[in-house]
Design a protein around this ligand. Structure first.
Ligand code: BGC
Length: 376
């Protein structure tokens, strides 16, 4: 390690600066900002600072409708003088990389990152770290030296989906192996998708026949629709008794393919995730069987607290944390609990929580379905 004395002496000439830089990297000290403190921690909420918020896509409704406004409003409360720099990557990981670089150039002191590609995002995280900027991993655990992570128990999400599908297929003593299910998983660059898939398999394997299974690039609803069309062609319409769709966007694509492929009500049970408004309405009319409600508000607020803690050097506290290894470090993490939503508990979950009002769900088109489900 170089002493402060030596740093000062070396800093007086250009040649010495080059030497200093060499000494820094060879001593494996990747804090090249000149500060001797650990990553982040030097900011004050009295003066305010810039916070970068990077979300992955906009085809899934949650990011623009819930995550962004909830995170921004909590940050405003915790640090009124802070400025949020926001970007959405539209499912493009190199775009996300440039967005992160621009935020660092603009002086962001902490990043909240929901990575498009968790492995590729390691370069964002390393780059931030080299500038003494901590990174909070949001929802998806990116690789690299992450400071904090907040998400849901994603294996549990997959288990909840798989169990709901298995229960629906076994209703009234029916044989869940009487036909095939199709599995439409999420994006291969999203570590959550791997957890959802593993969780679902842990429940379904051996108990159902999986006729076809796909990983869906970019979580694209259009690609999910094509996958489902292929599955219907390959397996035959009459063979398909259920669909595991990893989220509501892919469920929407799969349901469009079912309708296009000649399926009519009662539809085979289709799972989902995110409690998107369109999915809640599909559940009411019997097109989708279930979704998973993940309370985004506490997730978003926790991310805001973590970001402010990391930037100001105060320990994040007040919630139960676990350590989650991301291949680089053990990350202090908060993992929230997902909830299955079916027709009969829409009222006690998303409506009770204020996620949606009755008026939002029960538009004229869905009025009679709402009434039948006792939602008014
Ligand atoms: C999130 C889901 C979301 C999906 C697609 C996942 O990482 O956990 O809530 O549906 O990405 O954006």
């Amino acid at each position: 390690m170089m002493t402060t004395h030596w740093r000062r002496l070396l800093a007086v000439s250009g040649v010495a600066l080059v030497l200093a830089a060499g000494a820094c990297s060879s001593s494996n000290d990747n804090n090249n900002s000149g500060s001797s403190s650990g990553t982040g921690g030097g900011e004050s909420t009295d003066n305010g600072f810039k916070i970068g918020l990077l979300l992955p896509e906009s085809k899934t409704a949650r990011y623009e409708s819930f995550d962004k406004p909830y995170i921004e409003s909590k940050l405003k409360e915790l640090c009124p003088k802070c400025e949020v720099l926001y970007q959405n990557a539209d499912q493009d990981s190199s775009k996300q990389q440039s967005q992160a670089e621009a935020m660092l150039t603009q002086g962001a002191k902490v990043l909240i990152l929901d990575a498009v590609d968790a492995s590729a995002a390691a370069s964002i995280v390393n780059n931030a770290k080299s500038q003494n900027v901590p990174v909070v991993a949001y929802d998806r655990l990116a690789k690299g030296p992450i400071s904090y992570y907040v998400s849901f128990d994603n294996m549990k999400v997959g288990q909840v989906q798989g169990q709901a599908l298995l229960d629906a297929l076994s209703k009234n003593g029916a044989d869940p192996k009487r036909g095939d299910i199709v599995m439409i998983n999420g994006s291969p660059t999203d570590p959550n998708a791997a957890d959802f898939k593993a969780g679902a398999h842990s429940v379904l394997d051996g108990k159902v026949n999986i006729g076809k299974e796909y990983d869906t690039p970019d979580w694209s609803p259009d690609k999910a629709q094509q996958e489902m069309e292929q599955a219907i062609t390959a397996l035959g319409k009459d063979k398909i008794i259920g669909v595991y769709a990893a989220n509501d966007g892919t469920a929407g694509g799969a349901i469009a393919a079912l309708k296009g492929g000649g399926f009519t009500a009662p539809y085979p049970p289709v799972t989902g995730q995110d409690a998107e408004l369109a999915a809640i309405q599909r559940i009411l009319v019997g097109e989708q069987y279930m979704t998973v409600y993940k309370a985004i508000k506490p997730q978003a607020e926790t991310a805001a607290q973590m970001a402010v803690a990391a930037a100001t050097g105060k320990a994040f506290s007040g919630q139960e944390t676990v350590k989650k290894n991301n291949g680089t470090v053990d990350v202090t993490s908060v993992l929230l609990t997902p909830v299955a939503v079916m027709k009969d508990n829409i009222k006690d979950t998303v409506i009770k929580d204020g996620f949606y009002t009755v008026a939002q769900i029960c538009t004229p088109q869905f009025a009679s379905a709402c009434q039948a489900a006792g939602i008014s």
